[in-house]
Design a binder for this molecule. Structure first.
Ligand code: GUN
Length: 360
């Protein structure tokens, strides 16, 4: 099949208003969260009609578009992480209020070592989100010079503190501190990041306690658009412990055939082009281009990169890929807010377990 990017064309001016109207439906994406590429029987630059591809998520308006011969340029549905995160945060606030009424508010302690500017922003956002949801959050900030044993001592104290339901040590840590030692020192039942070896193992064996927040958020986003995961080809670019590996486990558990690519993967595009679900977590700005994406694919962009212009960009070249993909997450406003929302959920689950509150 030809790459859809090659098939794009400018529709005649006479249909532009109808086209804009139709695209509004695509962007709202409520009835058709994933819209496959559609061209009504309008002439393409190749001088022939392009027919409707098989589409699992047809929308009522497609038939009317066809009847009225509206040519549609493919525009991926936006998966709005900000809106979904807001809904989850409202639910989190309700659960936090129940905890408070039945004993005490849930408590999260965040530990930040050093002055990495990106980490400072992430940590501030986490603490603020907790406060807004009624989760008592404490930020422990220590200088870059903190020793590993001093950090371990802080963690041992938090493990013993009954008012602390969740402990999060922001990564990366300074080079002289072994992050594995630190993560393993956190009590597994307070490890709301889900990074502890026993939580990672529990996820792998299908009985997760805490799921790492970013891939957990991605799964919620896929759920929100009723993405067909069972039997799908899922390709993950980036094999980190924080995102790629747990993402693979979660997609596998839902029946996807998973390919986990890493920095040594040869001919990456040969893998990505087979993906029905493509997760980009590489840490290289705009690396995934339109010709690397299967038409109609769901594209999840985990990257947050600061461009030389000062603008934020993901690992996906959004402007070109949105013309090929069926659904796509924006940056900012995509995966980022969901990571924080899932941290709140993990903290609540920990508090509810401790307070013996059933959440079924
Ligand atoms: N650094 C980047 N992402 C994360 C995360 O999800 N948790 C922690 N603790 N550190 C991070």
């Amino acid at each position: 099949m030809q790459a859809l990017s090659q098939l794009s064309y400018s529709p005649p001016a006479s249909v532009q208003p109808r086209l804009r109207q139709a695209q509004k439906y695509i962007q709202i994406g409520k009835k058709c969260p994933i819209l496959a590429q559609v061209w009504a029987n309008a002439p393409s630059p190749h001088g022939r009609a392009i027919t409707l591809r098989k589409c699992r998520f047809r929308h009522w308006f497609l038939s009317s578009a066809f009847a009225n011969k509206i040519p549609l340029i493919m525009t991926a549905a936006l998966i709005d992480g900000l809106a979904l995160a807001k809904t989850i945060r409202v639910q989190a606030a309700q659960r936090a209020a129940i905890c408070a009424s039945k004993g005490r508010p849930p408590g999260l302690t965040v530990v930040l070592v050093g002055s990495n500017p990106a980490s400072q922003v992430y940590v501030r956002n986490k603490v603020k989100a907790c406060e807004e949801a009624g989760i008592r959050s404490t930020l422990i900030e220590r200088p870059e010079s903190l020793t590993e044993s001093e950090l371990l001592e802080i963690i041992h104290g938090l493990n013993q503190d009954p008012a602390v339901d969740g402990i999060l040590v922001q990564l990366p840590l300074p080079k002289h501190i072994d992050s594995h030692q630190v993560i393993e020192a956190i009590a597994a039942d307070k490890d709301v990041d889900g990074f502890h070896i026993s939580n990672a193992g529990a996820l792998m064996t299908g009985r997760p306690l805490f799921q790492p927040c970013t891939p957990y958020g991605v799964m919620k986003m896929l759920e929100s658009i009723d993405a067909p995961i069972w039997g799908a080809n899922a390709v993950i670019c980036g094999a980190s412990n924080i995102v790629g590996k747990p993402m693979a486990m979660m997609l596998l558990a839902k029946g996807a055939t998973v390919t986990l690519c890493n920095s040594k993967t040869r001919a990456l595009e040969e893998h990505t082009r087979r993906a029905d679900i493509l997760v980009a977590a590489i840490g290289r700005p705009q690396m995934i281009k339109a010709d690397m994406v299967k038409p109609g694919a769901i594209v999840i962009d985990v990257g947050i990169n600061r461009l030389a212009t000062g603008k934020l960009a993901g690992d996906v070249d959004f402007e070109s890929v949105r013309r090929v993909a069926g659904a796509i997450t924006p940056v900012p406003g995509g995966v980022g807010p969901m990571t924080i929302a899932m941290l709140l959920i993990n903290t609540l689950e920990s508090a509810e377990r401790r307070l013996h509150i059933s959440n079924s």
